[in-house]
Design a protein around this ligand. Structure first.
Ligand code: SAH
Length: 361
């Protein structure tokens, strides 16, 4: 596929847009108009930006494009969860998910094509990393989903829990958060955004210094270094102890907590002992735990514990004063659930792999 050589204007923050107009010899205030058309109203064609003069519109169109992921496929689950397959400028595919009423509406978006973290129970990890998304592509998923769903004016939350490890694509993710937060665009306050990470430590330390701070979720998944080394390979570099120390130092706002995600794997990390260890590990951290009973898939060598086990684990945490919830798995019938995002192109690249069994009918 030939890619468009014009610069992507949807990739620019408002001040960059204003500087661009300056450089074109045009008035800076057009920057704000452009930003509104693109990010608030979801318009991608300069011709539709009717309050910009014809001259300006044609100048813009020769040099710029409004880079926008294209919806290739939409799959709606019986529970209303809708998975979008999106095609990027260079033909790469990513997935984003709309999850209704959880109790708020939530968009689950991707930060990379594939993922380099290779966690043992996650399908996206099987793709490997193809490339980082740009800030425009990250924020663009929100714009496209909101437009498709008629929700540009609605309130919703965003979770960076789609494909990819957001702290492995730090600059683009933070820039996307600034674009999403801008009052002239969708104006999504960072408190309505949750960034989920395996804990890329240097990036986590950097996040702690950002003026614009999303909510933080840590994919912990284990209670001993040995266990986590096996499940989440980056733990061999940044271990549980260091990670939790960084969490203790993390400047969370009053009344806020860090969410710890814990994928439950039958017979691996789901014992009473694990639950008690988890309580001890989280001591001194304003934490809440979100248990994610494994979403099973062909090629994932783990099983989901039964409900009684999950409840018993949750009870041990709760009795010891840890706030705990069990994530209800949404969209499993369309493979939109946690850790199940993997795109067709990647599957075609790795024929013969166990993943062949996952092809949708
Ligand atoms: N890379 C980031 C963002 C992905 S979030 C992170 O790991 O935090 C996706 C969440 O779903 C993570 O907590 C991930 O560990 C979890 N997950 C992955 N595979 C899963 C599976 N098969 N079942 C349940 N949860 C899974």
């Amino acid at each position: 596929m030939l890619s468009d050589r014009r610069h992507d204007i949807a990739e620019m923050e408002l001040d960059e847009l204003e500087q661009t107009l300056d450089a074109l010899g045009k008035a800076r205030f057009h920057g704000r108009q452009l930003f509104q058309w693109i990010h608030k109203r979801g318009i991608v064609d300069f011709d539709e930006m009717t309050d910009l003069g014809r001259d300006l519109r044609s100048t813009l169109a020769t040099q710029f494009q409004v880079g926008t992921p294209i919806v290739v496929r939409k799959e709606r689950s019986s529970d209303g969860t809708t998975k979008f397959l999106l095609r990027l400028e260079d033909g790469q595919l990513i997935e984003s998910v709309f999850i209704p009423d959880t109790p708020s509406n939530t968009f689950c978006i991707s930060s990379q094509v594939g993922c380099a973290m290779n966690c043992g129970f996650c399908l996206t990890g099987r793709m490997g990393i193809v490339r980082n998304l740009t800030a425009g592509e990250i924020a663009g998923q929100v714009r496209v989903l909101a437009r498709e769903l008629g929700m540009l004016q609605s309130r919703f939350n965003i979770v960076l829990m789609g494909m990819g490890e957001p702290l492995h694509n730090y600059d683009a993710v933070m820039k996307a958060l600034r674009i999403l937060a801008d009052e002239h665009g969708l104006a999504i306050h960072p408190r309505r955004i949750t960034l989920s990470t395996v804990g890329v430590l240097p990036a986590l330390e950097r996040l702690a210094t950002e003026p614009l701070m999303p909510n933080l979720a840590i994919s912990l998944h284990a209670t001993t270094e040995e266990q986590r080394n096996a499940l989440v390979p980056i733990n061999r570099k940044y271990g549980i102890r260091e990670l939790l120390d960084a969490c203790r130092r993390f400047p969370i706002q009053r009344r806020d907590r860090i969410t710890f995600e814990y994928v439950m794997l039958k017979g691996v990390n789901d014992t009473d002992e694990d639950a008690r260890r988890l309580v001890r590990l989280l001591h001194g951290i304003r934490a809440k735990v979100n248990l994610l009973p494994l979403n099973e898939a062909a090629g994932i060598p783990y099983e989901r514990p039964d409900d009684a086990r999950v409840n018993r684990f949750a009870k041990i945490l709760a009795e010891r004063g840890v706030t705990v919830s069990v994530r209800k798995s949404r969209g499993r019938d369309i493979r939109a659930a946690c850790g199940q995002l993997i795109t067709e192109s990647a599957r075609q690249k790795t024929p013969g792999q166990i993943l062949a069994g996952l092809m949708p009918a």
